[in-house]
Ligand binder design. Structure first.
Ligand SMILES: [Zn+2]
Length: 312
């Protein structure tokens, strides 16, 4: 049996997307913290640049590329960081300007935020910027109205959907496969976050608190399940998750566990994943996906397009 702590060098295997949600250590969703108000952000201790540099070195070391889904406020504060990422061949994606969960915004507020974020990211990076992730994976069934707005502003790939139950966000029971969403404003390629089945439950495994908590044998089983189904995997991480010395926020115990468990081991786990599997940008992964089953946004719901309507 393969030792799950040793890389298996599967670099001829399927492509997987490596995503960094590029935000500060205090950009935590749905929690009452001293940093809920963006007015406080400029005076907060700053860690995002040095933590991101650690991730950049890890990507260099392992020869992988990634997509940095960036908070617009971070890009405006540290434009040189975004330029360096773009110059190094990484993709820049959008993670909203102020990192507010989608379901707490009106469509008008959401659109203004997205527009501001995309303008900054495109100006600074010199890249098209067409991938999006909702803060805290907050693309719930109540938020599908956001898709035509995203498409109107040039977003053609979404990586916001977690097809599992979550505290906030998550679309339990949703398809795990990439699909083409037809909206009134055009098409968006939706690439759901990787999940696995364990004892009848559907859970993420490849990033964030799940990667920090799970043993590598389980992470390995998660990638194997997805690859066996012909599905690319997706890893995701936040710069704060590799910094054991970050300031700790006063959070309820459940959130405290979720945000800070296993931080001292994250970098080693990521290194193992990057050495074991083939990781690149979201753009490269979605371009390699051949089959995009059509789905349609009708009213507030997303459903598969029936075969007879496809051929019409
Ligand atoms: Zn975020």
């Amino acid at each position: 049996m393969t030792n799950p702590t040793q890389p298996n060098g599967d670099h001829d295997g399927p492509l997987n997307a490596f995503c960094v949600d590029l935000e500060e250590w205090f950009h935590i969703c749905a929690a009452d913290t001293p940093y809920n108000d963006p007015e406080t952000w400029d005076d907060a201790p700053a860690h995002v640049v040095e933590d991101t540099e650690v991730l950049m070195r890890l990507l260099d070391e392992t020869g992988a590329k990634g997509t940095f889904l960036t908070v617009g406020w971070v890009a405006d504060k540290y434009p040189e960081l975004i330029k360096r990422l773009a110059d190094a061949g990484h993709e820049i994606g959008c993670h909203t300007y102020f990192h507010r969960v989608v379901f707490e915004q009106t469509p008008e507020e959401f659109e203004a935020d997205i527009e501001r974020c995309l303008t900054s990211l495109r100006d600074i990076s010199g890249q098209p910027v067409d991938a999006f992730r909702a803060p805290g994976f907050s693309m719930t069934r109540d938020c599908f109205w956001a898709y035509p707005i995203l498409r109107r502003h040039g977003i053609t790939t979404d990586v916001s959907i977690v097809p599992a139950a979550r505290d906030h966000g998550g679309v339990d029971g949703f398809t795990r496969d990439p699909f083409m969403l037809h909206t009134s404003e055009g098409e968006i390629r939706c690439f759901p976050v990787s999940v696995m089945s364990i004892a009848g439950k559907t859970v993420p495994f490849s990033g964030g608190g799940y990667l920090r908590l799970f043993p590598l044998s389980l992470v390995k089983a998660g990638y194997a399940q997805n690859h066996k189904s012909g599905r690319p995997g997706m890893s995701y991480i936040h710069p704060r998750e590799i910094n054991p010395d970050q300031p700790r926020l006063e959070l309820p115990w459940k959130k405290r566990f979720k945000y800070y468990v296993g931080i001292d081991k994250t970098l080693d786990k990521l290194r193992w994943c990057l050495r074991t599997y083939r990781f690149t940008t979201i753009a490269e992964v979605v371009n390699a996906v051949g089959d995009w089953p059509p789905y349609e946004l009708t009213g507030d719901e997303i459903h598969p397009v029936r075969a007879e309507t496809v051929s019409a």
